[in-house]
Design a protein around this ligand. Structure first.
Ligand SMILES: [Mn+2]
Length: 221
Protein backbone atom coordinates (compact mmCIF):
# COMPACT_ATOMS: atom_id res chain seq x y z
CA UNK A 1 0.00 0.00 0.00
CA UNK A 2 2.84 2.41 0.90
CA UNK A 3 4.58 1.63 -2.39
CA UNK A 4 1.40 2.41 -4.34
CA UNK A 5 0.89 5.63 -2.39
CA UNK A 6 4.42 6.62 -3.40
CA UNK A 7 3.38 6.17 -7.03
CA UNK A 8 5.59 3.13 -7.55
CA UNK A 9 4.93 -0.37 -8.90
CA UNK A 10 5.24 -2.99 -6.11
CA UNK A 11 7.26 -6.15 -6.77
CA UNK A 12 6.35 -9.08 -4.52
CA UNK A 13 8.46 -12.24 -4.33
CA UNK A 14 7.01 -15.62 -3.26
CA UNK A 15 6.80 -18.09 -1.85
CA UNK A 16 3.50 -19.80 -1.88
CA UNK A 17 0.92 -18.47 -4.38
CA UNK A 18 -1.54 -17.94 -1.53
CA UNK A 19 0.33 -14.63 -0.98
CA UNK A 20 -1.77 -13.35 -3.92
CA UNK A 21 -4.89 -13.35 -1.74
CA UNK A 22 -3.18 -10.50 0.14
CA UNK A 23 -1.42 -8.68 -2.68
CA UNK A 24 -4.40 -8.54 -5.03
CA UNK A 25 -6.71 -7.51 -2.17
CA UNK A 26 -4.34 -4.71 -1.19
CA UNK A 27 -3.97 -3.36 -4.73
CA UNK A 28 -7.72 -3.64 -5.35
CA UNK A 29 -8.43 -1.76 -2.08
CA UNK A 30 -5.97 1.02 -2.97
CA UNK A 31 -7.76 1.67 -6.27
CA UNK A 32 -11.22 1.14 -4.78
CA UNK A 33 -10.57 4.16 -2.56
CA UNK A 34 -10.16 6.13 -5.79
CA UNK A 35 -13.36 4.61 -7.21
CA UNK A 36 -11.39 2.55 -9.71
CA UNK A 37 -11.35 -1.16 -10.56
CA UNK A 38 -8.28 -3.26 -11.24
CA UNK A 39 -7.71 -6.11 -13.67
CA UNK A 40 -5.82 -9.29 -12.86
CA UNK A 41 -3.51 -11.28 -15.10
CA UNK A 42 -3.03 -14.74 -13.56
CA UNK A 43 -0.18 -16.49 -15.39
CA UNK A 44 -0.02 -20.10 -14.19
CA UNK A 45 -0.14 -23.78 -15.17
CA UNK A 46 -3.06 -24.13 -12.75
CA UNK A 47 -6.23 -22.12 -12.21
CA UNK A 48 -5.84 -21.99 -8.39
CA UNK A 49 -9.63 -22.00 -8.07
CA UNK A 50 -10.01 -24.87 -5.64
CA UNK A 51 -12.01 -24.45 -2.45
CA UNK A 52 -11.31 -26.39 0.76
CA UNK A 53 -14.14 -28.77 -0.28
CA UNK A 54 -12.98 -29.36 -3.85
CA UNK A 55 -9.21 -29.53 -3.37
CA UNK A 56 -7.70 -33.03 -3.73
CA UNK A 57 -4.53 -31.96 -1.85
CA UNK A 58 -5.85 -29.36 0.60
CA UNK A 59 -2.97 -27.03 -0.38
CA UNK A 60 -3.91 -23.38 0.10
CA UNK A 61 -1.69 -22.36 -2.84
CA UNK A 62 -4.37 -23.94 -5.06
CA UNK A 63 -7.10 -21.68 -3.67
CA UNK A 64 -6.12 -17.98 -3.82
CA UNK A 65 -7.99 -17.15 -7.03
CA UNK A 66 -11.14 -18.80 -5.67
CA UNK A 67 -10.99 -16.56 -2.60
CA UNK A 68 -10.38 -13.44 -4.71
CA UNK A 69 -13.48 -14.27 -6.78
CA UNK A 70 -15.66 -14.60 -3.69
CA UNK A 71 -15.56 -18.39 -3.21
CA UNK A 72 -14.23 -20.16 -0.09
CA UNK A 73 -11.92 -20.12 1.81
CA UNK A 74 -13.83 -17.13 3.21
CA UNK A 75 -11.00 -16.38 5.67
CA UNK A 76 -8.84 -15.28 2.71
CA UNK A 77 -11.73 -13.54 0.95
CA UNK A 78 -12.38 -11.39 4.03
CA UNK A 79 -9.21 -9.34 3.55
CA UNK A 80 -10.93 -5.94 3.15
CA UNK A 81 -14.68 -5.98 3.14
CA UNK A 82 -15.64 -6.39 -0.51
CA UNK A 83 -15.92 -9.22 -2.98
CA UNK A 84 -15.05 -10.18 -5.63
CA UNK A 85 -11.74 -8.28 -5.58
CA UNK A 86 -11.67 -8.20 -9.39
CA UNK A 87 -14.60 -8.31 -11.81
CA UNK A 88 -14.57 -11.70 -13.59
CA UNK A 89 -14.47 -10.03 -17.03
CA UNK A 90 -11.19 -8.36 -15.97
CA UNK A 91 -9.71 -11.53 -14.44
CA UNK A 92 -7.66 -13.28 -17.14
CA UNK A 93 -5.80 -16.58 -16.75
CA UNK A 94 -2.96 -17.41 -19.16
CA UNK A 95 -1.00 -20.63 -19.69
CA UNK A 96 -3.45 -23.03 -18.02
CA UNK A 97 -2.85 -26.77 -18.55
CA UNK A 98 -3.76 -28.58 -15.32
CA UNK A 99 -7.25 -28.14 -13.83
CA UNK A 100 -8.85 -30.30 -11.14
CA UNK A 101 -12.31 -31.78 -11.72
CA UNK A 102 -14.35 -29.44 -9.50
CA UNK A 103 -12.27 -26.41 -10.42
CA UNK A 104 -13.77 -26.56 -13.91
CA UNK A 105 -17.18 -25.85 -12.41
CA UNK A 106 -15.77 -22.95 -10.36
CA UNK A 107 -14.26 -21.45 -13.51
CA UNK A 108 -17.58 -21.65 -15.36
CA UNK A 109 -19.54 -20.24 -12.40
CA UNK A 110 -17.18 -17.35 -11.74
CA UNK A 111 -17.02 -16.23 -15.37
CA UNK A 112 -13.26 -15.55 -15.43
CA UNK A 113 -11.44 -15.44 -18.78
CA UNK A 114 -9.10 -18.34 -19.56
CA UNK A 115 -6.38 -18.81 -22.18
CA UNK A 116 -5.00 -22.35 -22.04
CA UNK A 117 -1.70 -23.61 -23.43
CA UNK A 118 -3.68 -24.77 -26.46
CA UNK A 119 -4.58 -21.13 -27.19
CA UNK A 120 -0.90 -20.22 -27.00
CA UNK A 121 0.03 -23.18 -29.24
CA UNK A 122 -2.57 -22.30 -31.85
CA UNK A 123 -2.53 -18.51 -31.83
CA UNK A 124 0.93 -17.69 -30.56
CA UNK A 125 2.03 -15.86 -27.43
CA UNK A 126 1.75 -12.41 -28.95
CA UNK A 127 -1.92 -12.72 -30.01
CA UNK A 128 -2.91 -14.29 -26.68
CA UNK A 129 -1.14 -11.65 -24.59
CA UNK A 130 -2.57 -8.75 -26.59
CA UNK A 131 -6.10 -10.05 -26.06
CA UNK A 132 -5.50 -10.92 -22.40
CA UNK A 133 -4.16 -7.42 -21.65
CA UNK A 134 -7.08 -5.81 -23.47
CA UNK A 135 -9.55 -7.82 -21.32
CA UNK A 136 -7.73 -7.15 -18.04
CA UNK A 137 -7.36 -3.46 -18.88
CA UNK A 138 -10.90 -2.79 -20.10
CA UNK A 139 -12.54 -0.26 -17.76
CA UNK A 140 -9.80 -0.60 -15.13
CA UNK A 141 -6.95 1.51 -13.77
CA UNK A 142 -4.60 -1.21 -15.05
CA UNK A 143 -3.80 -4.70 -13.82
CA UNK A 144 -1.92 -6.72 -11.24
CA UNK A 145 0.29 -9.42 -12.77
CA UNK A 146 0.58 -12.63 -10.76
CA UNK A 147 3.25 -14.88 -12.29
CA UNK A 148 3.51 -18.47 -11.05
CA UNK A 149 6.84 -19.90 -12.20
CA UNK A 150 5.15 -23.25 -12.88
CA UNK A 151 3.66 -21.55 -15.96
CA UNK A 152 7.05 -22.11 -17.58
CA UNK A 153 8.00 -25.58 -18.77
CA UNK A 154 9.93 -27.60 -16.14
CA UNK A 155 12.75 -27.86 -18.70
CA UNK A 156 13.47 -24.17 -18.07
CA UNK A 157 11.96 -23.79 -14.59
CA UNK A 158 12.38 -27.03 -12.60
CA UNK A 159 12.40 -25.39 -9.15
CA UNK A 160 8.64 -25.25 -8.50
CA UNK A 161 6.38 -27.21 -6.17
CA UNK A 162 3.94 -28.53 -8.77
CA UNK A 163 5.67 -28.80 -12.18
CA UNK A 164 3.57 -29.66 -15.26
CA UNK A 165 5.04 -30.51 -18.67
CA UNK A 166 4.01 -28.51 -21.73
CA UNK A 167 4.51 -24.99 -20.41
CA UNK A 168 5.76 -21.77 -21.91
CA UNK A 169 9.30 -21.80 -23.27
CA UNK A 170 12.09 -19.54 -22.07
CA UNK A 171 11.59 -17.15 -24.99
CA UNK A 172 7.78 -17.21 -24.87
CA UNK A 173 7.96 -16.23 -21.20
CA UNK A 174 10.26 -13.29 -21.94
CA UNK A 175 8.07 -12.20 -24.86
CA UNK A 176 4.99 -12.16 -22.64
CA UNK A 177 6.79 -9.98 -20.06
CA UNK A 178 8.11 -7.66 -22.79
CA UNK A 179 4.57 -7.18 -24.15
CA UNK A 180 3.33 -6.35 -20.63
CA UNK A 181 6.09 -3.72 -20.36
CA UNK A 182 5.24 -2.27 -23.79
CA UNK A 183 1.62 -1.70 -22.74
CA UNK A 184 2.72 0.23 -19.64
CA UNK A 185 -0.40 -0.51 -17.58
CA UNK A 186 0.96 -2.94 -14.97
CA UNK A 187 0.02 -1.67 -11.48
CA UNK A 188 1.90 -4.30 -9.45
CA UNK A 189 3.81 -7.51 -10.05
CA UNK A 190 4.50 -10.70 -8.17
CA UNK A 191 6.51 -13.82 -8.93
CA UNK A 192 5.70 -16.90 -6.88
CA UNK A 193 6.40 -20.59 -6.30
CA UNK A 194 10.19 -20.48 -6.69
CA UNK A 195 11.42 -23.31 -4.47
CA UNK A 196 15.24 -23.17 -3.99
CA UNK A 197 15.27 -26.62 -2.35
CA UNK A 198 14.20 -28.38 -5.55
CA UNK A 199 15.73 -25.91 -8.02
CA UNK A 200 18.67 -26.99 -10.20
CA UNK A 201 21.73 -24.71 -9.96
CA UNK A 202 19.44 -21.76 -9.13
CA UNK A 203 18.06 -21.88 -12.70
CA UNK A 204 14.46 -21.09 -11.75
CA UNK A 205 15.35 -18.21 -9.42
CA UNK A 206 17.68 -16.71 -12.05
CA UNK A 207 14.93 -16.93 -14.66
CA UNK A 208 12.47 -15.30 -12.26
CA UNK A 209 14.83 -12.32 -11.90
CA UNK A 210 15.23 -12.08 -15.68
CA UNK A 211 11.46 -12.14 -16.21
CA UNK A 212 10.92 -9.44 -13.60
CA UNK A 213 13.44 -7.25 -15.44
CA UNK A 214 11.62 -7.85 -18.74
CA UNK A 215 8.25 -7.03 -17.16
CA UNK A 216 9.67 -3.77 -15.80
CA UNK A 217 10.95 -2.78 -19.24
CA UNK A 218 14.42 -4.26 -19.80
CA UNK A 219 14.95 -4.64 -23.55
CA UNK A 220 17.46 -6.61 -25.62
CA UNK A 221 18.33 -3.45 -27.54
MN1 LIG B 1 -0.41 -20.79 -8.84
Amino acid sequence: MKTLEAGKVPLVLGGDHSVAAGTVSGVAEFYRRKNQKIGLLWIDAHTDMNTPDSSPSGNVHGMPLASLMGLPPVELGRIYDFSPKVRPENCVLVGIRDVDHFEKEHIRQSGVQVFTMRDIDERGMRAVMEEALRMAGHGTAGYHVSLDMDWIDPEDAPGVGTPVWGGATYREAHLAMEIIADHGRMLSFEIVEVNPVIDERNQTADLAVELALSAFGKKIL
